[in-house]
Design a protein. Structure first.
Length: 73
């Protein structure tokens, strides 16, 4: 299966993010574990990315976050 594109509002603006379904599943699980929504999780990932890796695309940062979350289990 290819990329799944989702649109959401983060930090007050609309954005779209295209990820493989497997990454969306892990990110949804992570958001649920944190007791937050998927857009809020993506917003937190984006804020951290802007500070630590501003050159990294949001989709890449989301994949790395999902990988770290999955490995932490």
């Amino acid at each position: 299966m290819g990329l799944q594109k989702r649109s959401m509002t983060i930090a007050g603006h609309r954005t779209s993010l295209a990820l493989e379904p497997e990454f969306w599943e892990v990110l949804e699980e992570c958001a649920k574990a944190r007791g937050t929504s998927l857009p809020k999780l993506i917003e937190a990932i984006d804020e951290a990315r802007a500070i630590s890796h501003p050159e990294r695309a949001l989709a890449s940062a989301a994949r790395v976050h999902a990988l770290h979350y999955a490995r932490g289990k």
